[in-house]
Design a protein around this ligand. Structure first.
Ligand code: NAD
Ligand code: DAU
Length: 352
């Protein structure tokens, strides 16, 4: 069996759901259920006895120790994190606590467990740490895409905390021999994406007749990957990745934010036209820029493709259409996650 952390969040829940369609191996899913963790994402697994959900913190060494001893996983996949850049600007404390201190405690519990395993299990064990392309900083217009050898130059409290966690994971391999793998992925999109992030926020705002807030000039570039492709990459790295190595994961889909939001509007105009016959594009509104906003991210995923034979299944065009369709078909989910606490966040971030 494997132990997954953060498996009730956006990427984690997609990974957990896909796991049970691709494998019959059991999984313990440890998640603190912060505002971003949602049991509704896992509703499809209610009758799956091989999915064992535990509400708890990766920083709770006693709990993690007990789970490891009881279930004896062959691998730990660490998704748990505070993940929203804007929230890290308003309040970095939680990011330091979970992403750095939490990862440290998790590593300590895992190291102790791993040390006690019989030699064969010890050799087969893996700790896979899910990280981000944001640790590499911001690219200029003509710079080559991020490779695994790029310098770490994080610019936000979020990316700095993820960078610190990556360094801890690396150090636990070099110092203690813990068999780790790290993946650094570009921007994900797809089902169960919490509507604080650009794509789901704009879909929900469009349907609700609200402004579609574009930070600054909207020419910041992100490299978009359909979440199911990220999940297949993680499964592949877990299965065949070289211990101690880092793999960049990306979809070769660089797009400016304004273009992404324009595409969303066009798909919505087609699938769910406004009653007044106008385009959703009329709702696009330029707002104050994010402080320290990184201009461009781009991932060079050559290593993962060449060494492990992974390729994304979706293009941006197919993935974004599926995503919009998913939100249209799952409005009840979207309304349930945009509760009181969510509205408080929107008020704080976007004001009137
Ligand atoms: P998310 O915010 O949607 O979900 C995070 C999950 O972790 C939630 O279920 C939350 O309850 C849980 N969690 C938070 N703190 C915890 C703690 N202390 N103990 C246990 N559980 C805790 O995040 P996401 O977008 O699914 O991202 C998952 C991982 O992938 C993160 O590590 C993130 O840095 C990384 N990542 C995300 C993206 C992206 O585009 N979303 C891209 C690259 C990497
Ligand atoms: O690159 C990987 C990262 O992608 C992950 O590590 C993070 O966890 C994930 O949240 C994401 O970070 P971004 O900051 O790139 O994602 P976000 O959806 O918040 O913003 C995408 C771009 O859109 C970014 O340039 C900021 C801009 N934006 C965002 C919001 C929420 C807007 O213009 N308006 C908005 O309202």
């Amino acid at each position: 069996m494997i132990l997954t952390t953060g498996g009730a969040g956006f990427i984690g829940s997609n990974f957990v759901l896909d796991w049970f369609t691709a494998s019959d191996e059991s999984m313990v899913n440890l998640d603190k259920l912060t505002y971003a963790g949602n049991m509704e994402n896992l509703a499809g697994l209610r009758d799956q006895p091989k999915h064992i959900f535990v509400k708890g913190d990766i920083g709770d060494v006693g709990l993690v120790r007990r789970l490891l001893e009881q279930h004896k996983p062959r691998a730990v996949v660490n998704f748990a994190a505070e993940s929203h850049v804007d929230r890290s600007i308003h309040g970095p404390g939680e990011f330091i606590q979970t992403n750095i201190v939490g990862t440290f405690h998790l590593l300590e519990a895992v190291r102790e467990y791993w040390n006690g395993l019989p030699e064969q299990d010890k050799a087969a064990f893996r700790f896979l740490h899910v990280s981000t392309d944001e640790v590499y900083g911001s690219l200029g217009k003509d710079d080559p895409a991020f490779r695994e050898t790029n310098r770490y130059e994080p610019n936000s409290p979020y990316s700095a905390s993820k960078a610190a966690s990556d360094h801890l994971v690396r150090a636990y391999h070099h110092t203690y021999g813990l068999p780790v793998l790290t993946t650094n992925c570009s921007n994900n999109y797809g089902p169960y994406h919490f509507p604080e992030k650009l794509i789901p926020l704009c879909i929900q705002n469009a349907l609700g007749g609200k402004p579609l807030p574009i930070y600054g000039d909207g020419q910041q570039i992100r490299d978009w990957l359909y979440v199911k492709d990220h999940c297949s990459a993680i499964r592949r790295v877990l299965e065949a990745g070289t211990v101690g190595e880092v793999y960049n994961v990306g979809g070769w889909n660089e797009k400016a934010n304004l273009e992404v939001v324009g595409t969303l509007c066009d798909i919505l105009d087609d699938l769910s036209p406004r009653a007044d016959g106008q385009s959703y594009r009329t709702q696009i509104t330029f707002v104050t820029d994010r402080p320290g906003h990184d201009r461009r991210y781009a991932i060079d995923a050559t290593r993962l493709e060449r060494e492990l034979g992974w390729k994304p299944a979706e293009t941006f065009e197919t993935g974004i259409r599926k995503t919009v369709r998913w939100y249209l078909d799952n409005q009840a989910w979207a309304h349930n996650v945009t509760s009181g606490a969510y509205r408080e966040w929107v008020g704080k971030q976007y004001g009137a």
